[in-house]
Write a protein that binds this ligand. Sequence first.
Ligand SMILES: Cc1ncc(COP(=O)(O)O)c(C=O)c1O
Length: 364
Amino acid sequence: MTATLGPTALSEPEIQARLDELMDEVKSASQMQVGYPTNQTYEYKGLSSFLDYSINNVGDPFHESNYRSNTHAFEREVIAHFAGLMRIRPEDAWGYVTSGGTEGNMYGPYLARELFPNAMFYFSEETHYSVLKNVRVLNARYIMIKRQDDGEIDYDDLHEMIRVNRDVPAVIMANVGTTMRGAVDNIPRLRDILTDLAVTNSYIHADAALSGMILPFVDDPQPFGFDAGIDSVSVSGHKMIGAPLPCGVVLTKKTARRAGGAGHRVRGSAGHHVVGVAECLHPAFAVASVRPQRRRRIPPAGEKGAGHGGVCGGTVQRTRHPGVAAQEFRHGGVSASRAGGVSEVADGSGGRHHAHHHDAARHA
Ligand SMILES: Cc1ncc(COP(=O)(O)O)c(C=O)c1O
């Protein structure tokens, strides 16, 4: 049997050789990802038989789909679980499993724009580029706000910019863990600014791609959830939970979604997924990720660090104590050191790999 992969037809052994080579590259690169916040201590092999089926979570996970081969029931469980983590009652929340933090950062502003078509969007210069990209895709007006030295948004600049635009609704894209500094914008303070300026038509989306799976598991975290005043949140799944394919979760209030014209069942309606077909295996990954895993013990329910907290807690532990991480790398035959915001990992061949660090100081 032959198959085409690239411009020329490849034989079966040639395809296998290409795949073996790729596997070697992936294995080797996976050893060198210090600084990139991806938890790799997972085991999803039990799900591999699902790869034989064309599963598709098209449609609203909370409504029956006419595409029967779906994992909507699992997806609803994932949403309920994340609702608890993000401090909203599951019955008040709506959401879905996304292809990653970026998609959640598209859904939030999309819904905000449906609610307030003439809104001005505000986000700091520290904000992840997915936000700028998505706001531009929506063709929404935006003002980039200065940042403080610690990476938080400059509240005075924000106040002034909203003040001069008081005649239009305000959408603030708040950071809950910036990529380079782990900075968390003070959400109650953002709300206070809106109140102070009597801006009643407003919306706060939290980009919690990075720290959304850290803050629920640390003692005395900065305010980050719906209880602090956010209207929607995007969390990455492949970072702290860990998954073989990028994924994430977006959550919003049911009321906001309904007000945005999305409370009905028509597929593709405003407020529905921003993509047509939808993540189907990830709800199963997420459910499976709360089971004990092969490479490290996950504490059972009730014990400190159980569930996602066990997996994410391990990552937090490593981030809080770079020395521990370096030691783990050394045990694995890789020497690592951390200086400033950059990690240096020396591999056995004498090559050096640089990786920017997520600065965990704010979480410590
Ligand atoms: C702060 C922040 N927001 C958004 C993203 C994008 O998330 P994803 O890679 O899951 O699309 C990242 C990714 O690094 C991030 O650090």
